[in-house]
Design a protein around this ligand. Structure first.
Ligand code: CA
Length: 703
C-alpha cells in the first residue's frame, strides 16, 4: 500500500515536472514576476514595463572587455533584422525579414525549427520601411507573430506548427505589420502600419486560445459613422478635432497607425498605445483648417491608454497636435515608477520622433515634464500650463520650404531605449537629421502609393555637397536623467540610425551601430569598455539571458530598414543580399563571424542617353515620387535593394519599361503601370543613367 502510494506520488511529481517544462509556458504570473527569473527574457521589453534592464551581472564593467562571440546564426532572409529575441528556458525565439520565425538553442545557436508564413513578396511594395519584423510574443506554449501582410499567427512553441491564424487587416489596403505582439490576461494585442500609403490605424485584441477578435480601438475617427468598435465611445470627441467635410483623410483614413509601442500596464490593467503620424503627413492636405475649429487631429501622435480587457478609452496625451512632419508617437514606451519632488509616481517615459522626452502620469495621462533630447527647430519647448508644444510657426511650411529638425527619421525612432533602476538613467539612441518640407502643389491622392502631401528637394548634384549632407547626420547614445530632464552623458556614434539599447545589473549599456559595430559602455559614465565588428548594421534591441549559469548578450545584424532603403547613402560596408544574422556574445567566446564573401561585380558601363533638360528634370521628379523610398535618394542604394545605377537593364529601354510595367513581384517590386506612363519610365531611365555615369566615372577614377 505504502509502495503504491509512493509510486503514485512519484508519478505526480514527474507529471508536474513535465507540466512545468512545457515549452515556452509563459503566463501572466511569470511575466509579472520576471525579475525572479533573470535568465529569461519573457516578453518584448523583458518585463511588462519594458525597461529592457537585465538583472544579470556576471558580465560586468570588470570583465566586459573579455566578451567574445559565442555563436552566430544565419537567418534565412536578407533585409531588415529588427527583432528583439525572446528567450524562455534555454530557447530563443526570433524573427527575420518577411515575418519568418526561428526557434534556436539559446546556448549554441542550433536551429530547432523555422516557420515561414510565406508572405506574398508583392506585399513588400506596401511597406514604407522595409519588410522587417520586431519580434514575437510567447504565451502558454505558443509563439505569436504578426506578418507583413497583416496576419496574426499562433505557433506551437514545440515545433512551429500553426495553431491558428487570423487576418487582422483589410488585405486589399496597404496595411503592413512589423511590430511585435504583446500578450496579457490571455489577449494578444497587435497594431499595424501603412500611414504613408493611406490607411486608418487601429489596435486589436485577440483571444490567445483561438484567435477570435475581442476588441478593436481605432486611433482616428470614422467620419461616416460608427465602427462597432471600442473606439466608438470617443468618436465624437476625436471627430471634433478634424475637418469633417474636406481633406485627404476622408479617403486615407487619416493614418495614426500603431506600428510599434503597445505596452501593457499591469498596475492599471491598461494598454498604452503609441499612435503614429497623419496620412497624408501634411495637415493642410489631410484636414484643412477651418477658422475657429480645433484641428489637432486626435489621436495622431499621441499616447493613448485603453482598458486592456475591453479596449475602452481611458485617457491620452497628444505629443504633436496637428502633426504635419511624420512625427509618430509609436516609439518604444517604458512604464516605471519615479520619485518626483519626494513623491513616488507611476510614470510613462517616452522619446517620440519629435525630439522631446516626456514623463507622463500613468494614472491620468497628465504631463509631468518634457525635456529636449536633440536639436529641435519645430518647437522651442512645451508649455506646462497647456501641455502643448511651443511651435515655431515657420516650421509648418505653409508657404515656403522649411528645413526642420527632427526629420521623419526622428530624433529617436523604433530602436528601443532602456532604463537602469541602478543609475536611474534612460539610454536612448538619438539622432539629428534635417529635412526640408514644402507643400506638394501637385498632390493627388493615389490609392496604395506614397501619399505624404509634401515635396522634398532631390539630393544635391554636387558630390562634395552630398558628402556634406551625409556628414551632417549625427547620432549619439544619450544617457538621460528623466527626473531632472537632464543629460548625464553622451557618446558620439558614427552617423545616424544606430541601434537599440540594453541596460544590465553589470553596470553596462549595450548598443549596436549603423556601421555594424556592437559595444558595451559603463552605465554611469559612458566609458566605452568593449567594441567589436558585428558584421552588419546592428539596429534592434539587444537582450541578455543565461543558460546553465552562463550569461549571454544577443544582437541581430543586417542591412535593411528604412534608412538603408530611402536615405540615399550607400551601406557603410557593401552588403547587398547578405542574410541577417543573430550574433550572441559571452565572456571568453571564441567563435568568429564568417568572412564576407560578397564581391561586388564591376559596374557595367552605363548608356549615354540623349535627352532634354526637361526630360531629365521630369525623370528626377518621378523617381522621387515612386522609386526613392526603396531604391534610395539620389539613386544611391543603402544595400538592401538593388542599386539601379548598376542595373544591366539600364541600357535597354524596352527591358527597363517592362520592369516598371510588370514589376518584379518575387522581389517585392509592384507593377507601376497605373502610376508611371511609358514616357515617365523613360524619363526615370534618363535620370538614373545620368547618376550611373557619375558613379561609373568615380569608380574608373579610383582604379
Ligand atoms: Ca511614418
Amino acid at each position: 500500500m505504502r509502495a503504491r502510494a509512493a509510486i503514485a506520488l512519484a508519478c505526480l511529481v514527474v507529471a508536474l515536472g513535465a507540466c512545468q517544462q512545457r515549452t515556452a509556458d509563459v503566463d501572466q504570473r511569470r511575466i509579472e514576476a520576471a525579475d525572479s527569473e533573470p535568465q529569461n527574457w519573457l516578453t518584448h521589453g523583458r518585463t511588462y514595463g519594458e525597461e529592457r534592464f537585465s538583472p544579470l551581472d556576471t558580465i560586468n564593467t570588470d570583465n566586459a572587455s573579455q566578451l567574445g562571440l559565442a555563436w552566430s546564426y544565419e537567418l534565412r532572409a536578407p533585409r531588415a533584422a529588427e527583432a528583439t529575441p525572446i528567450v524562455v528556458d534555454g530557447v530563443m525565439y526570433v524573427t527575420s525579414a518577411w515575418s519568418m520565425v526561428y526557434a534556436l538553442n539559446a546556448a549554441t545557436g542550433e536551429e530547432l525549427w523555422v516557420y515561414d508564413p510565406e508572405v506574398p513578396r508583392e506585399r513588400g511594395a506596401s511597406a514604407c520601411c522595409d519588410v522587417g519584423n520586431r519580434g514575437v510574443a510567447v504565451w502558454r506554449g505558443r509563439v505569436y507573430v504578426a506578418t507583413i501582410d497583416g496576419r496574426l499567427i499562433a505557433l506551437d512553441a514545440r515545433d512551429g506548427s500553426v495553431a491558428w491564424e487570423s487576418v487582422t487587416v483589410d488585405q486589399t489596403k496597404p496595411y503592413t505589420i512589423t511590430g511585435a505582439p504583446r500578450v496579457a490576461n490571455g489577449l494578444v494585442f497587435i497594431g499595424n502600419g501603412g500611414a504613408e500609403y493611406g490607411v486608418r490605424g487601429y489596435v486589436s485584441a485577440y483571444d490567445a486560445r483561438n484567435g477570435s477578435l475581442r476588441w478593436r480601438f481605432y486611433t482616428t475617427p470614422n467620419p461616416r459613422g460608427v465602427d462597432n468598435a471600442a473606439s466608438d465611445a470617443v468618436r465624437e470627441a476625436a471627430l471634433a478635432t478634424w475637418n469633417p467635410d474636406a481633406g485627404a483623410w476622408l479617403e486615407s483614413g487619416g493614418g495614426g497607425t500603431a506600428w510599434d509601442a503597445l505596452v501593457y500596464d499591469a498596475d492599471q490593467n491598461v494598454l498604452w498605445i503609441g499612435v503614429g503620424n497623419g496620412s497624408p503627413w501634411n495637415r493642410d492636405v489631410r484636414s484643412p483648417t477651418i477658422e475657429g475649429r480645433n484641428n489637432d487631429n486626435l489621436y495622431l501622435s499621441s499616447v493613448v491608454a485603453v482598458d486592456a480587457t475591453t479596449g475602452e478609452y481611458k485617457c491620452h496625451y497628444q505629443e504633436t497636435p496637428g502633426e504635419t512632419w511624420d512625427y509618430t508617437a509609436t516609439q518604444p514606451i517604458i512604464l516605471t515608477r519615479l520619485t518626483i519632488e519626494g513623491q513616488e509616481r507611476q510614470v510613462l517615459l517616452h522619446a517620440p520622433k519629435n525630439g522631446f522626452f516626456y514623463v507622463i502620469d500613468r494614472t491620468d495621462c497628465g504631463l509631468i515634464s518634457a525635456g529636449s533630447i536633440a536639436t529641435q527647430t519645430w518647437a522651442t519647448g512645451v508649455d506646462m500650463e497647456t501641455g502643448r508644444p511651443i511651435e515655431n510657426p515657420d516650421a509648418r511650411y505653409a508657404v515656403n520650404t522649411s528645413i526642420v529638425l527632427p526629420s521623419p527619421f526622428g530624433a529617436h525612432n523604433w530602436h528601443p531605449m532602456s532604463m537602469s533602476p541602478e543609475t536611474g538613467l534612460v539610454y536612448i539612441p538619438v539622432q539629428e537629421i534635417a529635412q526640408d518640407y514644402a507643400q506638394d502643389s501637385e498632390f493627388v491622392y493615389r490609392p496604395g502609393r506614397w501619399n505624404t502631401g509634401t515635396a522634398h528637394a532631390a539630393l544635391p548634384d554636387d558630390r562634395a555637397a552630398r558628402a556634406a549632407v551625409r556628414n551632417s547626420l549625427k547620432g549619439f547614445l544619450l544617457a538621460w536623467d528623466p527626473v531632472n530632464q537632464r543629460e548625464a552623458w553622451r557618446v558620439e556614434l558614427p552617423g545616424a540610425w544606430n541601434g537599440g539599447t540594453l541596460a544590465t545589473a553589470g553596470g553596462l549599456v549595450f548598443q549596436g551601430t549603423v556601421d555594424g559595430h556592437f559595444g558595451a559602455y559603463n552605465a554611469e559614465t559612458g566609458e566605452r569598455l568593449w567594441y567589436v565588428d558585428n558584421g552588419a548594421a546592428t539596429l534592434g534591441g539587444p537582450v541578455s539571458y543565461a543558460v546553465d549559469g552562463e550569461q549571454y548578450v544577443a544582437t541581430l545584424a543586417s542591412y535593411g530598414s528604412v534608412f538603408f532603403l530611402a536615405a540615399g547613402f550607400a551601406a557603410p560596408r557593401e552588403g547587398d543580399n547578405l542574410n541577417g544574422r543573430v550574433n550572441v556574445y559571452k565572456i571568453g567566446g571564441t567563435a568568429t563571424l564568417p568572412p564576407r564573401d560578397f564581391v561586388r561585380a564591376e559596374t557595367p558601363e552605363p548608356p549615354v542617353i540623349r535627352a532634354s533638360a526637361q526630360v531629365l528634370a521630369h525623370g528626377t521628379t518621378v523617381y522621387g515620387q515612386f522609386c526613392n523610398v526603396c531604391h534610395g535618394g539620389g539613386v544611391v542604394s543603402g544595400g538592401a535593394l538593388p542599386d539601379l545605377r548598376r542595373s544591366a537593364t539600364l541600357a535597354d529601354a524596352d527591358a527597363w519599361r517592362a520592369t516598371v510595367h510588370g514589376g518584379r513581384t518575387e522581389a517585392g517590386m509592384p507593377d507601376f503601370t497605373q502610376w508611371v506612363s511609358a514616357s515617365d519610365a523613360e524619363a526615370i531611365r534618363v535620370y538614373v543613367a545620368r547618376e550611373a555615369q557619375a558613379l561609373y566615372r568615380q569608380e574608373q577614377a579610383r582604379r
